[in-house]
Design a binder for this molecule. Structure first.
Ligand code: UDP
Ligand code: MG
Length: 332
């Protein structure tokens, strides 16, 4: 008989769904066929209905009634993809949780490879889009530009060309769900933790049914959250503009010996500088309100965990133990 200590690790798949009734049954079939072949893991599926109006809830509640490994969460209205992901993360019980879109643009067939990398000790396994099928040129170009801009201004290196399709170790999930940060840009927060992250490349398929639920407005909101929470660069721009205008005004006034030049551009510069300074304080307050962890312990070795570690360690114990066990060593 198996003791609770050698239980199989649980993998949760979390799928945010907004008006996905046309595709959800197909998604469920493909996802369960992948998960049920993962014999060394238990699995569960968490569907989150983000305020759908098209029968998505009826479909997912039917799936939940039929299978004990399916959970369905209904949000009271449309809160947006990131909020739906967070609701799913709060519901999922897995030792590892995979965030995956409901429209089959993220191939579930990648999950076994993600799980294998997780067992090797990676805390995050993200899937990078090598190509994007069936998306408009505007969507591709704006995504390309956004990821590069974000990478240029971010304090932490964000993974390029990745959406939210990724596997997260339980402790990453715990960090995400404990944070009071209201600016939801989960992938940015995850990369800021600095935990070991592996990347897989995949060709992104076209959406299998229905149309995109990410309206331009939602994309802009996501980009804004990403930029504001990942970087102080937009705020600092005002400071630098102000300083440059002030310096330019002083120089021009000196060269032309005309104090009016100084009055004009200098006044603008001083104002922008003052605004920038206010921005700096705002940024400091934002940091405080975000209440991100001051540090994240990557792993601990040995018997007793240090007191008041930010979070418990790897759910499978020392990742090295997992490796040894896979090679026929000690049981977990
Ligand atoms: N989604 C959501 N709430 C929203 C918008 C989207 O839960 O307000 C879900 C959607 O059902 C899908 C995923 O988020 O599972 C990605 O959305 P979509 O495929 O429309 O975005 P795209 O792939 O076009 O960027
Ligand atoms: Mg999609």
């Amino acid at each position: 008989m198996r003791s609770p200590h050698d239980r199989r690790p649980l993998i949760s798949a979390v799928l945010p769904c907004y008006n996905e009734a046309d595709v959800l049954d197909r998604t469920h079939v493909r996802l369960t066929s992948v998960l049920s072949r993962l014999l060394s893991y238990d699995h569960e599926i968490v569907y989150v209905d983000d305020g759908s109006t098209d029968g998505t809830w009826e479909t997912m509640s039917r799936l939940a009634e039929r299978s004990p490994s399916v959970r369905a969460v209904k949000l009271s209205r449309n809160f947006g993809h990131q909020a739906a992901c967070l609701a799913g993360l709060r519901t999922a019980a897995g030792d590892a949780v995979v965030l995956i879109d409901a429209d089959l643009q993220d191939p579930p067939e990648l999950i076994p490879e993600m799980a294998a990398l997780w067992r090797e000790g990676w805390s995050v396994v993200s899937a990078r889009r090598r190509s994007r099928d069936g998306e408009t040129a505007f969507k591709k170009a704006s995504a390309y530009a956004f990821y590069r801009l974000l990478s240029a201004v971010s304090e932490h290196d964000p993974a390029l060309d990745t959406g939210d399709f990724r596997l997260l170790d339980r402790r990453v999930v715990a960090l995400l769900t404990a944070s009071p940060d209201k600016n939801l840009y989960l992938r940015g927060r995850i990369s800021a933790y600095g935990l070991p992250e592996a990347h897989l490349s995949y060709d992104r398929d076209a959406r299998q049914a229905g149309s995109t639920k990410y309206t331009l407005r939602k994309m802009v909101a996501l980009a804004r959250s990403g930029l504001l929470t990942g970087s102080a660069a937009p705020l600092r721009l005002t400071t630098w503009l102000g300083a440059a205008a002030l310096a330019g005004g002083l120089a021009a006034a000196a060269v032309r010996r005309d104090p009016r030049v100084l009055a004009r551009s200098g006044a603008f510069g001083a104002q922008a500088l003052a605004l920038g300074l206010v921005g700096e304080y705002l940024h400091a307050v934002l940091r405080q309100v975000q209440d991100r962890p001051d540090y994240v312990v990557e792993r601990t070795l040995g018997g007793s965990a240090p007191p008041a570690a930010v979070l418990p360690g790897h759910p499978l114990g020392d990742p090295g133990t997992a490796k040894r066990a896979a090679n026929g060593g000690a049981a977990l």
